[in-house]
Design a binder for this molecule. Structure first.
Ligand code: SF4
Length: 277
């Protein structure tokens, strides 16, 4: 089966995602329906489930335009990725999930407008047409597990971390595997070289503040593995992952977690401090 090494500089765009196994055929896209300074715990769990179960990239998509453009850039830089698992709940203000499904199904018109999107500004104006077309050809399936806006029930497939893990698992099977209404398997890499395309230069020109701190999610996921993961809230955060992301952003320090002072966590506390030096 064809698998390719990812190029230097992959993934080209920063964002709220974590990098997993580069040779995996699947990426997990969790729709973020809240402000990025208060990411809901249930959505954080989905990102974590995506990375723990073996996806290539697992992260959040907030907007139907620039967010989608960044997602496209990161996917086409890794031809091994052939499926996207779309989960979380739709963001009614941006409709990024519906827009992604429309992009795969319908493509874009001559104005770079995603055909059929109900988002307010579904324009991929920072990307050339061939980049968008490559994305649509490389991605074979968008596994639609997206929940409606406002859904909170974590038994719903798109908010259930076990179901997300099952979806990822199905995507990397060698034999066709039924999952929901899909038949999934790893068919190998897209048979064209990676494309390293970045949109940040245009973005930075317009929003110079747009970049700092955007990789905090990836670092936070790493740091979380060294935390007690009791979600006891004694640090003032709702979850250990929220605390880990604040650590990654430099907005908290390790000693704010009182649980880490217990004897059994001495080694983890030291390791965290060393990582953050
Ligand atoms: S105090 Fe420590 S264990 Fe408790 S939620 Fe915060 S980071 Fe997690």
């Amino acid at each position: 089966m064809l698998k390719v090494k990812t190029p230097e500089g992959y993934p080209p765009e920063e964002g709220r995602y974590a990098r997993g196994n580069d040779y995996s055929p699947v990426a997990v896209c969790v729709i973020l329906d809240d402000f990025d300074y208060r990411i809901p715990a249930d959505l954080q769990e989905l990102v974590m489930a995506g990375i723990d179960s073996g996806s290539a990239l697992s992260g959040m998509l907030q907007t139907e335009n620039v967010g989608t453009e960044k997602l496209i850039c990161n996917i086409i830089a890794n031809p091994n990725i052939r499926h996207i698992v779309l989960c979380g709940r739709e963001s009614p203000g941006h409709m990024p999930g519906q827009s992604l499904l429309c992009l795969k199904q319908n493509g874009i018109d001559e104005s770079m407008n995603i055909i059929g999107s109900t988002g307010p500004t579904p324009y991929l104006s920072n990307l050339p047409l061939d980049v968008v077309n490559r994305f649509r050809e490389q991605i074979v399936t968008v596994v639609d597990m997206l929940c409606p806006p406002g859904e909170r029930n974590t038994e719903s497939p798109g908010l259930n971390s076990k179901m997300v893990e099952k979806a990822v698992w199905s995507c990397y099977q060698e034999e066709p595997t039924e999952f929901m209404d899909y038949t999934l398997y790893d068919m190998g890499a897209y048979p064209q070289p990676p494309i390293l395309h970045r949109i940040v230069s245009k973005l930075e020109a317009v929003h110079p503040e747009a970049q700092p701190g955007k990789s905090a999610m990836g670092m936070g996921l790493k740091l979380k593995k060294l935390l007690p993961n009791t979600n006891c809230k004694e640090c003032g955060r709702r979850t250990c992952l929220a605390f880990a992301i604040d650590l990654a952003k430099g907005k908290s320090n390790v000693d704010e977690c009182p649980v880490l002072f217990q004897d059994e966590y001495v080694g983890d506390r030291q390791a965290l401090k060393k990582l953050l030096e």
